[in-house]
Design a protein around this ligand. Structure first.
Ligand SMILES: Cc1ncc(COP(=O)(O)O)c(C=O)c1O
Length: 451
C-alpha cells in the first residue's frame, strides 16, 4: 500500500510573520506566557490549530499533520467524527446546560457501569483532575482516614495530593524503598506532603512493605496501571494483584486512575488485568472530545455522595457536571467503541509500535518504544523499563528526544514532546506507513544534528 502522502516539510509556522507567530504575540499580552495549558507550550512558541478532520490537523498557516496525539489521548475517533458531531449539535440545539439533571447522564453512566465490573455507580465531573480529586475525597470519606499512597512519577492531574513526586529528580527522590514526597508546584503546603506516601511502581515487595507500615492512616492507594509520565510502562499483573490484596487486607480503597488507560479495552485496563478496584477515575475518551471526567465505584463506596439522607459524607457540586452536550458526545463515542473496534485499534497500535522499534534498529540509533493497545511512548534510549527511575532519560537523551520531536513536527507528525502518542479509529494502514516513513526520515535527520 502506498503512503497517504509523501514526506514534506511543515514549517510555515516557523516564519517570523506566520499566523502562529502573530497569534503568539497577541496571546502573550493576555495569557501568562501566552498559555492556558502547560502541556501545549512548545518552545520557542506553539503552533496554533485551525481545524481537525479524522486523524489530520491543519494549523493556522495551512500545514497538515498526522495527529498521533489526539488531544493527549482523549479523541478515540479523531476529529469531527460525523456521529459525534451530530449527537453534540443535536443536543446543543436543545440547550447547552440546565439547573436540572438530564437523561443523557444516566445513559452514559449506564454504558460505563455495564462495561466495568467494579463500577455500580458513576458521578460525572468536568476533567480527569476533578475525577481523581473526587475519588480521593470519596476514599477519605468512606474510610475516615487522611493519607493516600501514590506511585512515583505518576501523573493524575492537578489536585495537590495527586501531584506529589510527579517530577522528582535523582538529587531529591530518596531511597528506592521509601521515595521522598516532593512538591510539584511551588507553595504546596507541607501538610500535603505529610499526607502522601510515595511508592515505587512495579516493585511489589517494596510497595507492599511501605503500605503495610502506613496502613492504618491510608484512605487510598492510587494507581494508574500504565502511567504515561512515568514512562508508559505497563504494570505487572502480579504487582497489581498484590496491590489489590494488601489494600483489601487493610480496608484501604484501591483507586485505579483510568483517565488514559480506559482506552486500552472495552472493559478498561482493569478488565485486561482482571482487577476490581474500589474506585476508578475516568476522563478523556468518555467525553467524545468535550471536557469530562467521572468517578465510579461500588455502590457501597459511592454512597458517600448520596444526598438522599441530607448532606452527604462527601458533598460534590459542579455547575457543569454531567453537561448534556458532553454526555451526548461521549455516549456517541463510546457506542462506536464495541469490542471489535478495540481489537482493530489495538492491532493498529501493535503495528505502529513494532514498526517504530524497527526504525530505530535499522538506523542503528538508540531508541525504544513502550506502551500497549493504542498507546505508545517513544524513548530516546533502550533501558530496562520497570518504573519511573529505571525509565528516566538523561539530559543528553532528552536533548535527542527534543530534536527528534522537532523533526517530526516539521515533517507532518504530531506527538507529544515527551514522546507520547496514540492512534484513533481514524488511523489506517496507509497512515501507519506514512508515519513510519516520516519517523525513518526524522531519525536520520536528527542523527546528523548536534545538540
Ligand atoms: C492518568 C491521568 N489522570 C488524570 C489526568 C487529568 O485529566 P484532565 O487533564 O482531564 O484534568 C490525566 C491527564 O492527562 C491523566 O493522564
Amino acid at each position: 500500500m502506498s503512503a497517504v502522502r509523501t514526506v514534506t516539510e511543515t514549517r510555515a509556522y516557523a516564519k517570523p510573520d506566520s499566523k502562529s507567530a502573530q497569534l503568539w504575540e497577541r496571546a502573550q499580552a493576555v495569557l501568562p506566557g501566552g498559555n492556558s495549558r502547560t502541556t501545549v507550550f512548545m518552545a520557542p512558541r506553539p503552533i496554533y490549530a485551525a481545524e481537525g478532520d479524522g486523524c489530520w490537523i491543519t494549523d493556522v498557516d495551512g500545514d497538515r499533520r498526522l495527529d498521533l496525539l489526539n488531544n493527549y489521548t482523549s479523541l478515540i475517533h479523531g476529529h469531527a467524527h460525523p456521529s459525534i458531531t451530530e449527537a453534540a449539535t443535536r443536543r446543543l440545539a436543545r440547550g447547552a446546560s440546565f439547573p436540572l439533571p438530564t437523561a443523557e447522564e444516566i445513559d452514559l453512566a449506564a454504558v460505563i457501569a455495564e462495561r466495568v465490573a467494579s463500577v455500580d455507580h458513576v458521578r460525572f465531573t468536568n476533567s480527569g483532575s476533578e475525577a481523581v480529586m473526587m475519588a480521593i475525597k470519596a476514599a477519605r470519606g468512606f474510610t475516615g482516614r487522611p493519607k493516600i499512597a501514590k506511585f512515583e512519577g505518576a501523573y493524575h492531574g492537578s489536585y495537590d495530593w495527586a501531584e506529589v513526586s510527579l517530577g522528582s529528580g535523582p538529587d531529591e527522590w530518596g531511597p528506592a524503598d521509601a521515595p521522598a514526597s516532593i512538591a510539584y508546584s511551588k507553595g504546596t503546603p507541607p501538610s500535603v506532603l505529610e499526607d502522601v506516601i510515595v511508592l515505587p511502581f512495579n516493585r511489589t515487595e517494596l510497595a507492599v512493605a511501605r503500605i503495610e507500615k502506613e496502613a492504618k492512616h491510608l484512605a487510598a492507594v492510587l494507581i494508574d496501571p500504565m502511567p504515561n509520565r512515568a514512562g508508559l510502562i505497563p504494570a505487572r499483573a502480579d504487582f497489581l494483584r498484590a496491590m489489590r490484596e494488601v489494600t483489601t487486607k487493610h480496608g484501604i480503597c484501591l483507586i485505579f486512575d483510568e483517565v488514559i488507560s480506559f482506552r486500552l479495552g472495552y472493559h478498561g485496563a482493569q478488565g485486561l488485568f482482571d482487577i476490581r478496584p474500589d474506585l476508578t477515575s475516568f476522563g478523556k475518551i468518555i467525553g467524545g472530545g468535550f471536557p469530562v471526567g467521572a468517578v465510579g465505584g461500588s455502590a457501597e463506596v459511592m454512597a458517600v455522595f448520596d444526598p438522599r439522607g441530607g448532606k452527604p459524607k462527601v458533598p460534590h457540586g459542579g455547575t457543569f457536571n454531567a453537561n448534556p452536550v458532553t454526555m451526548a458526545a461521549g455516549l456517541a463515542a463510546m457506542r462506536l467503541m464495541d469490542e471489535k473496534a478495540f481489537d482493530r485499534l489495538d492491532e493498529v497500535g501493535r503495528k505502529l509500535r513494532s514498526g517504530m522499534e524497527a526504525c530505530f534498529e535499522r538506523a542503528g540509533v538508540p531508541g525504544a518504544v513502550t506502551g500497549m493497545g493504542s498507546l505508545f511512548r517513544l524513548h530516546p534510549a533502550q533501558k530496562n523499563f520497570v518504573d519511573y527511575r529505571s525509565g528516566a532519560a538523561s539530559k543528553d537523551e532528552n536533548a535527542r528526544l527534543d530534536r527528534l520531536h522537532r523533526q517530526l513536527i516539521d515533517h507532518g507528525i504530531l506527538i507529544s514532546p515527551t514522546g507520547l502518542g496514540c492512534v484513533s479509529t481514524a488511523v489506517g494502514e496507509a497512515e501507519v506507513e506514512y508515519f513510519l516513513e516520516v519517523l525513518n526520515t526524522c531519525i536520520h535527520a536528527s542523527k546528523g544534528e548536534s545538540a
